[in-house]
Ligand binder design. Structure first.
Ligand SMILES: NC(=O)C1=CN([C@@H]2O[C@H](COP(=O)(O)OP(=O)(O)OC[C@H]3O[C@@H](n4cnc5c(N)ncnc54)[C@H](O)[C@@H]3O)[C@@H](O)[C@H]2O)C=CC1
Ligand SMILES: O=C(O)/C=C/C=C(\O)C(=O)O
Length: 521
């Protein structure tokens, strides 16, 4: 926790700081702005259409660090209960009018936001890369997806239909849907803007209003989004963004009786805490997208000369994209025994050549996360796993000033039952083990408390369906990974969550439905 003199941060100073950051659309400009400041950048909340610091006298401030250098990047308020309640009250007031706007009007607002985001694509990518640790190239991909989140739902709502039918010639029934209310939208630190906008876009498209809370580790792009929403002319209070940690700000937000629904992405223990805190509020809509420990099954036929390069490329990208900090990453690789040795050798060579720290692999998101991943790699060493690539990273200095860099790590000979193959490490670490046949492959794939995603690499068309349909995962990718069409159901089985989002599934989250029965004469 840092200190900050709120009196220095007048509304004028906040606006000036926002404009200075807004002018930095290259890494050089952003880094020289950071270096030139005598006080850290201060990120305010975005509430009722304004950038403002919380007014609670008990507000504390959180320091947020740049993962690539380990240096202080910015300071943000940890909003307390009274400031969270104030934001909710603005969202409730805005709901009265926003929920009654036409689809065409909401669509125009979403389109305007996506256009403005497109105009400022590089600005968002630069700050996301500095704040989260990802490469600039990866950050650009994620800003593009954030743009699509708004553009997709801006058109989806114009074309959606609801069902009507005549029942036994007696009644005409139809679905009447209305916006479900005010939502708490809680997002994690791995793909900050991408996942925050995956919630905000459908929420406001379907006529709801929001109080959003990004992760305290990566609040920069949420703050910039607040500035952008203001510039885009979104009516005040439709989206409010409060900054702060989980136990204080997040917990106050999700538990509020004035919140009608929660859309959350993050770790499974946090999902359980949210469920517990809201168990008595049956009416609250709940969409929880949680952790994963996803299997990647590689059959020997996929290593045939014609597809070998593709197989290795997909397995590598599923393992190491965004430093492995994507809940969909395939971190448990299983290879059919006949191709096992060959796969381990060629995969290791490919990763060593194509996944280079700083160039194509960024830093992990925080000091705490570095220590978590390091703990698992120490466990691997203690359990005498083989490090085909990577090593136990060094302990960080007290000031962490070398940044949070962990090289891609490939482990084999992992002890049976090891936590390395059970826990979500969420970093650039994969294990590879052999399997004997299809049945064994399915058994290993499903031997997890999680059920978010799976990758299947094979050239056998019948097997694609036979195996694919037995895997306990909400998303199964065959000979591809992270192919996303925003209308498909997205979410997990088992401890990976509950509910689905995307297209009509997001509509289910953000609307209430009543079935009307009219006489059919
Ligand atoms: N998408 C995913 O699958 C993600 C998985 N994780 C997993 O969780 C592990 C721990 O990471 P954390 O940063 O602790 O993730 P987390 O699940 O605690 O954080 C996600 C979001 O939830 C908020 N939050 C935390 N406690 C809350 C509460 N009681 N009520 C409401 N909101 C709350 C956080 O402030 C953040 O905005 C990671 O190492 C990774 O294994 C983390 C982030 C994303
Ligand atoms: O919606 C997507 O395409 C990706 C989502 C990724 C996550 O939810 C995650 O990594 O947490």
């Amino acid at each position: 926790m840092g200190t900050l003199n709120p009196e220095e941060w007048t509304r004028q100073a906040l606006m000036e700081c926002a404009e200075a950051i807004w002018g930095c659309d290259s890494l050089d400009k952003a880094n020289s702005l950071i270096a030139s400041r005598s006080t850290p950048i201060c990120l305010p909340n975005y509430v009722a259409g304004e950038l403002r610091l919380p007014s609670s006298p008990s507000t504390t401030f959180i320091d947020s660090f740049a993962p690539k250098t380990g240096s202080l990047l910015c300071r943000l308020p940890c909003a307390q209960q009274d400031d969270v309640e104030e934001a909710i009250s603005y969202a409730r007031a805005a709901f009265q009018t926003w929920s009654k706007t036409t689809r065409a009007e909401r669509s125009r607002h979403l389109r305007r936001i996506s256009e403005l985001l497109q105009e400022h694509r590089e600005l968002f990518a630069v700050w996301e890369s500095i704040d989260q640790g990802k490469t600039l190239e990866r950050a650009r991909i994620e800003v593009d997806r954030a743009i699509s989140n708004f553009s997709y739902f801006s058109t989806y709502i114009l074309h959606e239909q609801t069902a009507a039918r005549v029942v036994d010639g007696v009644a005409l029934t139809y679905e009447h849907r209305s916006p479900a209310g005010v939502f708490a939208l809680i997002s994690p630190w791995n793909m900050p803007l991408y996942l925050l906008t995956w919630k905000i876009a459908p929420c406001i498209a379907f006529g709801c209003t929001a109080v959003a809370k990004p992760s305290e580790i990566t609040s920069m792009s949420a703050y910039l989004l607040g500035v952008l929403l203001q510039k885009a002319g979104l009516p005040a209070g439709v989206v409010n963004i409060v900054l702060g940690d989980g136990p204080t700000t997040g917990a106050a937000l999700v538990a509020s009786p004035l919140i009608d629904g929660v859309s959350f992405t993050g770790g499974t223990p946090t999902g359980i805490a949210i469920r517990r805190a809201t168990a008595h509020q049956i009416r609250k809509h709940m969409s929880l997208e949680l952790g994963g420990k996803n299997p990647n099954l590689i059959f020997a036929d996929a290593m045939a000369p014609a597809t070998r390069e593709r197989t290795i490329r997909i397995a590598a990208s599923a393992a190491f994209e965004n430093q492995g900090e994507i809940c969909l990453c395939g971190s448990r690789i299983y290879v059919e025994r006949a191709a096992y040795a060959e796969f381990v050798r060629e995969f290791t060579e490919y990763v060593a050549k194509n996944y280079t720290l700083r160039k194509t692999v960024g830093a992990v998101a925080s000091r705490q996360h570095y220590n978590k991943i390091r703990g698992y790699l120490q466990l691997a060493a203690d359990e005498k796993a083989t490090f085909n690539l990577g090593a136990v990273p060094p302990l960080l200095d007290r000031d962490g000033s070398q940044g949070y860099w962990i090289a891609p790590t490939i482990l084999t000979d992992v002890a049976p039952g090891s936590l390395l193959q059970q826990d979500e490490i969420f970093g650039p670490v994969v294990t590879i083990s052999p399997f004997e046949d299809e049945e064994d492959a399915v058994r290993l794939a499903n031997a997890s408390e999680y059920g978010l995603a799976a990758v299947l690499l094979t050239n056998d068309g019948a097997r694609m369906r036979r195996v694919g349909e037995q895997i306990e995962a909400g998303l199964v990718w065959v000979n591809c990974w992270l192919v996303r069409e925003l209308g498909t159901p997205f979410g997990g089985m088992k401890n990976s969550g509950t509910g689905r989002e995307g297209g009509e599934y997001s509509r289910d989250v953000f609307t209430v439905v009543r079935t009307l029965h009219l006489p059919a004469y």
